[in-house]
Write a protein that binds this ligand. Structure first.
Ligand code: MSP
Length: 533
């Protein structure tokens, strides 16, 4: 079976990672874990986009070589991914020789095909966005918006990719492939941008006099490659393009491609992924069936003192540091918060208070208590042994029925990557199970030897429900679910999928372990959001 080839945007390690970076990786990781559980192999690639003018400038200011600067900041990202249990199969850094070689091969191929030619540019250039800006971006008073940062006027010779030539194909492709971009509203934005595009070619070089921190063009040593052209190529280079594999012994490019799911933020669909990348692939000979699919997520914003939603930015001083959150609330609590508070594709506001409420009420109380009660009472009343037996009780049937609804609800929600809805389905089972304990009161029944069989049945149902829940919650809170299973002393059999899951995961006579708290409650005065460095 072709692996599900999953990628994310590769992050700029110019400064410390922020919450938006963490969200994208957590979303992709939850997708990877979910798809693996459907029985399909997954190949998950992510990494870092290390070239470009911004990195060069920051390094210059610090008086160090760009390589030294990115090496240092890259570590902040790799540490964060490790602490968040991001389960990527491959890692790419654009300074890697294997990647550089693939970029040069692609450039040469497009050059040989006549799709890269030299031209003269006269006009404005945004240092911040590392791109030339057209008249369209100009305000009525002639100035440029703050998003462009410092804008300089220049005239220089450069190399251009024949983007214009491929736009008619792109229009037709987008109109006939409604699944190319999710959600549909983002596809509409892209289609509109293509319709309105002035059809300018894309400048893919920067003279070395201005930028040295990049990949040299194979056909002109006076220039380096434009950072976006370099970065976008990671999705094929990191899969082993043109005809190999990225890691020795890893899957080959022809086994992996196309990219089944490319998780990106809404800011980089137009023009980078939706226009440049698709046209680059088309120009390189990729067919319509070989185009990637984009999953476009929204932004994490933050409310200001006036209660308005604001973009997180360094200049506003409201950037949330995900590493500090992992260090204080724990990785799974942060993962759970990010995926339960966001409707995939839309924006959300970060709130430290909500993070605490969700961690305390849902993880520590709802799930944590269920596990604690189930294991404690099974130890106390059944000698730690789960025995199948007593079934004919409508309350027990309610638990079994609730568990039985999980696969369909979970799979339906994840068809459109709505982890919040999948979690709601799991939480309805947790609530049913907790209510079941309150209604059956096994702690009272246990006092009456005549009710022993009933107590055994209740414990069996609680432990079995927890084994099921561990499968459905694993994509979102993997570390906690592996702890839960260690306490249950149960591991899913190899090859278990959502489709082969049946009531009866725990063998008759199974011995469970001792309960330990899965989540620690957060004190409410730990509420001040830490700022990123
Ligand atoms: N290096 C480019 C991507 C190249 S992909 C070939 C880049 N890097 S980035 O570090 O600026 O952003 C990385 C990802 O984080 C992007 O998908 C971006 O949309 C996402 N986010 C950045 N800020 C975000 C939020 N506040 N909220 C959610 N995601 C956001 O762009």
């Amino acid at each position: 079976m072709k692996p599900f080839y999953l990628t994310t945007a590769i992050d700029y390690p110019n400064a410390a990672p922020h919450l938006g970076h963490a969200y994208e990786k957590v979303l992709a990781d939850a997708i990877a874990r979910h798809v693996r559980r459907t029985g399909r192999p997954v190949h998950f690639l992510t990494g870092l986009d290390q070239h470009g003018q911004k990195v060069q400038q920051t390094a210059e200011k610090a008086g160090i070589h760009p390589a030294t600067h990115v090496k240092k900041t890259s570590k902040l990202f790799t540490r964060l991914w490790e602490s968040l249990s991001i389960s990527h199969d491959a890692w790419i850094e654009t300074t890697d020789e294997r990647h550089k070689k693939a970029v040069r091969t692609l450039l040469q191929r497009l050059y040989d095909a006549g799709d890269i030619t030299k031209g003269t540019y006269r006009g404005y250039y945004s240092v911040r966005q590392e791109q030339y800006i057209t008249a369209k971006e100009r305000r009525e008073d002639g100035s440029f918006g703050p998003e462009w940062g410092e804008v300089v006027e220049l005239e220089e010779e450069n190399w251009y990719f024949a983007l214009k030539k491929h736009l008619p194909w792109l229009r037709a492709f987008l109109n006939s492939h409604p699944k190319a971009v999710f959600p549909a509203s983002r596809l509409r934005n892209l289609v509109q941008a293509v319709e309105e595009s002035e059809g300018a070619d894309l400048c893919i070089s920067r003279p070395k006099s201005r930028l040295r921190w990049g990949i040299e063009l194979p056909f002109d040593p006076d220039y380096v490659c434009y950072v976006w052209f370099d970065a976008l190529t990671n999705y094929i280079s990191g899969a082993g393009w043109p005809d190999g594999s990225w890691d020795a012994g890893g899957p080959r490019f022809d086994e992996l491609w196309p990219n089944d799911c490319n998780v990106i933020g809404k800011d980089i669909l137009v023009p980078a992924h939706g226009i440049y990348w698709l046209c680059m692939l088309h120009a390189a000979g990729f067919t319509d069936d070989q185009m990637p699919r984009f999953l476009v997520h929204g932004w994490w914003n933050i409310r200001n003192q006036a209660g308005e939603s604001e973009k997180m930015s360094k200049s506003l001083g409201n950037v949330v540091d995900p590493q500090a959150l992992v260090d204080t609330v724990g990785a799974d609590a942060l993962r759970y918060y990010l995926l339960s508070e966001m409707t995939t594709g839309q924006d959300a506001d970060f709130s430290h208070e909500r993070l605490i409420v969700r961690t305390n009420a849902e993880l520590a109380n709802g799930l944590g208590n269920l596990l604690n009660r189930a294991l404690n009472m099974t130890q106390r009343y059944c000698g730690g042994v789960v025995t199948r037996g007593h079934h004919d009780d409508p309350l027990l049937a309610e638990v079994r029925d609730a568990v039985a609804t999980l696969p369909a609800r979970h799979l339906a929600a994840l068809e459109t990557w709505q982890f919040n809805r999948a979690l709601e389905a799991a939480w309805s089972v947790i609530d049913t199970a907790n209510r079941f304990v309150e209604r059956t009161e096994p702690f009272k029944l246990a006092k009456d030897p005549a009710q022993a069989d009933r107590v055994t049945g209740i414990m069996h149902h609680l432990c079995e429900a927890l084994a099921h829940l561990s499968i459905f919650l694993e994509p979102v809170i993997p570390a906690a679910m592996s702890q839960l299973r260690a306490q249950l002393r149960w591991e899913p059999p190899a090859g278990l999928t959502y489709h082969t899951l049946r009531w009866g995961l725990l063998p008759d006579g199974h011995t469970i372990g001792k309960p330990k708290p899965l989540f620690t409650k957060i004190e409410t005065d730990a509420a001040a959001p830490p700022a990123a460095g």
